[in-house]
Design a protein around this ligand. Structure first.
Ligand code: DNO
Length: 398
């Protein structure tokens, strides 16, 4: 019996410098994709979904997972046109279900999605990784964004480090550093400092409990629709997995996972298990976390991070860093076997190699518009994970 995971690769649409033909050559059978041209909050029509699906299928691939169907900021804050955006979300879910696309990723991070302070962190072998450095992030908050009260979140030592970093940059470097931090999200391009300040203002009085309440409200509205449409909604963890910019973050730890699952008891309330994001906290035991929620995982991102013990980390090679990738892949396969034995139709989990280093020929190309998503580094990750999986499956006797 073949018990391998479904191998997928993220594709950013027709403008992605890594075309579908190359995706196919990686050995992936599925594509993880989104309709980035549709503004956040608007309905995804059957026609638009079908058009995109057709492109993917023409290339001999399946559209396995939506990443992401974005949740509008006003749903997160529970303000303005929140009700209307939730209705639109339901319509998009129904339409995706009609088109046979059943795994839908979203996140509930306020204001910004994932954050890194250096998108071209040089590794000793000359390849480049994504990097998060606390002092560099503090430099952004304190001296560029000038967020009121930000200094309260840092020690004097960190502030001094941040100042030295800020002062070491030319105005051009400050500009590029800022863009790399805040203007990197497909479907949400052109974000300025003013935009970030305006969005932050909307969260001024919003507590962690409020954000949880808004997530619960969203899920209790959309999960029944997702169930009817045969879809599962999978939430992506916070990245990095702790509060930043003075904002609450509610999906970072094992306890958060429990809280999410308890919020709405529905098979449509699922998890996108992003090992790399969760590994941004050293007190998260990734394999144990997976086992604790395995039943409700609908999609997996495989990646790891390497920490310097000072709050900074870079994205490691897929089989290195703090994630026990062997233990994790084994746990995923065991979950698949369990599901298969229980007769679950959704037993095979789609996974994608999350991010990859910029390396080899990719170093000479114009910077990838989607940081972390060059072809060769991800291909290496996919190949390594596939090899690991193959060995585990054989050793399990399958
Ligand atoms: C980064 C991605 C995230 C993810 C969203 C899901 O590379 O993993 O941007 O797609 O948070 O909504």
């Amino acid at each position: 019996m073949s018990i391998n995971m479904e191998q997928t690769f993220r594709w950013y649409g027709p403008k992605d410098p890594v075309p579908l033909q190359f995706v196919r050559q990686t050995g992936a059978t599925g594509v993880v994709s989104s309709l980035h041209h549709i503004p956040y909050g608007e309905v995804w029509s059957v026609e638009e979904i079908e058009k995109h699906k057709h492109l993917i299928e023409e290339a001999g691939l399946n559209w396995s997972v939506v990443e992401s169907l974005p949740v509008h900021e006003e749903i997160k804050t529970g303000t303005g046109r929140c009700g209307e955006y939730i209705e639109n979300y339901k319509t998009s879910l129904r339409n995706l279900g009609k088109c046979g696309i059943h795994v839908i990723t979203y996140n509930f991070m306020p204001v910004l999605d994932w954050i890194r302070t250096d998108l071209r962190y040089k590794l000793p072998d000359g390849s480049e990784a994504l990097y998060f450095n606390q002092a560099q992030f503090a430099a952004f908050e304190l001296f560029i964004l000038k967020r009121e009260g930000a200094e309260k979140d840092y020690t004097q030592e960190k502030i001094a480090e941040a100042k030295a970093f800020y002062e070491s940059m030319t105005p051009e470097e400050v500009k590029n550093f800022t863009t790399a931090l805040i203007d990197n999200f497909p479907g949400f391009k052109g974000v300025t400092l003013e935009d970030v300040r305006a969005m932050l203002a909307k969260y001024q009085t919003l507590t962690r409990a409020d954000l949880e309440k808004n997530l619960k409200h969203f899920l209790s509205e959309v999960c029944p629709v997702a169930e009817e449409a045969g879809c599962i909604l999978v939430i992506h963890p916070d990245d990095p997995p702790y509060p930043i910019l003075g904002l609450p973050r509610i999906f970072s730890t094992a306890d958060d996972v429990k809280r999410l699952l308890a919020m709405v008891d529905s098979p449509a309330n699922g998890i996108c298990f992003c090992a790399g994001s969760f590994s941004g906290r050293l007190d998260n035991n990734i394999v144990e976390m997976f086992k604790a929620c395995a039943d409700r995982v609908g999609f997996v991102h495989l990646r790891s991070t390497q920490h310097d013990g000072n709050g900074n980390f870079f994205e490691a090679n897929h089989l290195e860093g703090v994630v026990d990738m062997y233990g994790l892949v084994k746990a995923i396969l065991e979950e698949q076997i369990r599901r298969k034995k229980a007769g679950r139709a959704d037993w095979r989990l789609p996974f994608r190699p999350d991010h990859g280093h910029t390396m080899l020929d990719d170093l000479a190309k114009p910077p990838c518009p989607n940081p972390g998503y060059t072809a060769i580094g991800r291909l290496k990750g996919l190949a390594e994970i596939r090899g690991l999986e193959h060995g585990i499956i054989r050793s399990m006797g399958y």
